[in-house]
Design a protein around this ligand. Structure first.
Ligand code: NAD
Length: 366
């Protein structure tokens, strides 16, 4: 099995290094190859997603991605900005289904900005469609921009668009995911205002006819944003389009205490996937050795489960993370009084040590 490693920018290389140490501690055989992506690739090759990086990602069974972006690239024309690398990978590799679990670890209930009783035991799954919607609408890229901005322009626009097959395939993914959980799906739209989302709602309703055992509710995005902070545990699987999913999944992430804890998977139709933390490149803390590597480490667990079919190894990583949290170790973003603050490397060390402690009791395939 071959894993493409794309650390990216900012804290990306720091957190990916820890995730790779965890991967290396599993006694599984993988081939890994690393390539530049994002701003780092732009600096070296003049493009955020060079052909060689795209080829590596295409040829690999799975991709471990750190994060891309830095404010210093804001003046570049949009196709050359670091964030285009992730959009390009999603589109080129057909990674249309983004899974973002939002799980509130019992040890971190107090790190949430909501009352503990609202988030204790929270376990929801946000599924975001990734390759359609306004982020890929026409006439993307045809506008005349100066340094990525529009001085003196009278208007700017992006178009929102979804095709029937795009909605159908993400709806199937959501209903099938719900079958493995509590069989309850919320489809989020804005059908009261946007034609695209009336169409979304109609198609989702049609697909639902094939899943009579799954309960479906439709909810407008503004209400969903409100309900997520009012009664988040009322949700189980939430699925929506690219832009609403972008926003709601970050909101859901914060319910759990820190975006530094949340992994994500972006899958194609055959479950090949790109795995990355839900957060960005955090330029404000890059190079300081304080970033939380757990979201990236947990992304490796998702990779083992969804693409590499190594469920036992995925379980081992998740229990190692739990035991490190139970031991009271915290990076700055999840620190609270009475716990021990550690940096990125020490957190990685602790997970590797916890894995070693569980080696004897769990059998893994080599
Ligand atoms: P961000 O997620 O990078 O950071 C938001 C806040 O969360 C910051 O205060 C940061 O310090 C903190 N944070 C994020 N990850 C953390 C971690 N692992 N440990 C501790 N704290 C953490 O979002 P932003 O500041 O809006 O964006 C920064 C850059 O990242 C931008 O260039 C943006 O475009 C890019 N970005 C990239 C991706 C991606 O690569 N998939 C996703 C989102 C944003």
């Amino acid at each position: 099995m071959k894993i493409a490693i794309l650390p990216g920018d900012g804290i990306g290389p720091e957190i990916v290094a820890e995730a790779m140490r965890v991967l290396g501690a599993l006694d599984l055989k993988f081939e890994t190859e690393t390539a530049l992506v994002g701003g780092a690739a732009y600096d070296a090759h003049g493009h955020p997603l060079p052909e060689s990086t795209l080829k590596l990602a295409r040829d690999a069974d799975a991709i471990l991605f750190g994060a891309v972006g830095d404010w210093k690239y804001d003046k570049l024309e949009r196709p050359l900005r670091p964030e285009q690398a992730i959009l390009g990978l999603r589109k080129q590799l057909g990674l249309f289904a983004n899974f973002r679990p939002a799980l509130c670890y019992p040890q971190l209930t107090h790190a949430s900005s909501l009352k503990p009783e609202l988030v204790a035991g929270l376990d929801i799954l946000i599924i975001r469609e990734l390759t359609g919607d306004i982020y890929f609408g026409q006439p993307r890229g045809r506008r005349t921009a100066v340094d990525g901005h529009f001085p003196g322009a009278e208007e700017a626009y992006d178009t929102m668009r979804y095709s029937r097959p795009e909605i159908e395939r993400i709806a199937h993914v959501a209903f099938q995911a719900a079958r493995k959980r509590s069989k309850k799906v919320t489809s989020v739209d804005k059908a009261n205002v946007l034609e695209t989302f009336q169409f979304w709602k109609d198609v989702v309703t049609e697909v639902h006819a094939q899943y009579p055992d799954v309960e479906l509710q439709h909810m407008y995005v503004d209400n969903a944003a409100m309900q997520l902070v009012k009664a988040p545990k009322a949700f189980d699987v939430v699925f929506t389009g690219n832009m609403f999913g972008d926003i709601l999944s970050d909101e859901a992430a914060m319910l759990t205490g820190s975006i530094g804890m949340l992994p994500s998977a972006s899958l194609d139709k055959d479950n090949k996937g790109l795995y990355e933390p839900s957060h960005g490149s955090a330029p404000d803390i890059a190079g300081k050795g304080v970033a939380n590597p757990l979201a990236t480490i947990l992304s490796v667990a998702m990779m083992l489960r969804y693409t590499l079919n190594q469920n036992a190894a995925a379980d081992r990583i998740e229990s190692a993370v739990q035991s490190v949290l139970s031991a009271g170790l915290r990076t700055a973003d999840i620190w609270s009084a009475g716990t021990t603050q550690v940096g990125t490397r020490a957190m990685g060390d602790a997970v590797v040590a916890a894995l070693a402690g569980t080696t004897k009791t769990i059998t893994t395939k080599t």
